[in-house]
Design a binder for this molecule. Sequence first.
Ligand code: TYM
Length: 379
Amino acid sequence: MPRPRRGGDDEDPKDSTFGERLPGGGSLGWRLDREERHPSLSPELVSAAVSAPIVFSGIQPTGRKHLGNYIGAIRQYVEGQDRGDPAIFCIVDLHAISVAYDPAELRERLYDTAAILLAAGLDPERCIFFRQSDVREHSEMTWLLSAVTSHGDLNRMTQFKDKSAKQELVSAALFFYPVLMAADVLAYRATEVPVGDDQRQHVELMREIARRFNERFGETLVVPEMRIPGVGARIMDLQEPERKMSTTGGTEAGTVLVLEEPQAIRKKLGSAVTDSGREVRRAPEKAGITNLIDIYAVARGSDPEAVEREFEGAGYGDFKQAVAEAVVDYLAPVRERYAELRPDEAALEAILAAGAERARASAAPIVADVRERMGFGPA
Ligand code: TYM
């Protein structure tokens, strides 16, 4: 089915035509992010984008997946697979080699991540679920897009600065990471990219790359929208709530893993850092409590205002206990399902292989189009 090209389709987020909440967009108020106004966007294109977004997101197989990944991203994937046509989710193993790694461990972590996503509710019948390295178009597209990516932009990426400070060898792959990420999305002409807040700069760059390609070679690529959840886009470390939760940059005691046992979850939430006050309410100077309110709201399918009302007059101790129970209940089904799925690597491989075939079928004609526009192959 031919799709309208939506390159540069953008408008004011406050404009109600293409509002914050999409049909079926979940109860927590999702946000599509756009920085610029493009008044030329036609109503037809708006309605096409609303009714049938092409959703794409990726997740790294490195580290262990934590509550921040789950709340900021994975739950969005599950929700996105019913809106997306198609919804495409990719385990980005090519990104994982940008820092020091062990090949055997990479394979193990890839299966872990695949099983977590399936346990969380990704359904290979309702989405395209695959391993990035199986689809060569991603690598080729990276090189092609590097022609319209500015070195200065890559140099400004805060994630590159943060991660390179921690590496013995700062690989060229780490520098090129955002180009590969742009290739992932642009190779499918995806319209929507569900991510957590920390990927904002990368998504802005991929939009710039798409725009620059279209200016240079003619309208070819879609400028995708970033989609971040209204609540939980940035889950913070429980011990150091001014830092985001992360298995690489955060504290161990402050990071709740998706597969963690209930007792460990209770312990981590019980010792979460709060403040010297007593009120369960969100405030800039109450980073720890604000974070716990967001976590509780998502885990219970509520919203932060309702949580503040629910715990009016309650002490921090009772509140933390309630958050712990909510998180235990929230993650238990995923952990249980994971235990069933993870041992069968052949089944996981079969799912990933079938997904890769479908992904290739989607990406190949678009990459061929890009090649042709750039002057490769016969006239
Ligand atoms: P990765 O694997 O680091 O993280 C996966 C997703 O989890 C989100 N996330 C968080 N959300 C809320 N609070 C947190 N503390 C938190 N920590 C992580 C991330 O924003 C992300 O959405 N570069 C990407 C992977 C990627 C990708 C793509 C994403 C590769 N290609 C194409 C979208 C589209 C990454 O490192 O994710």
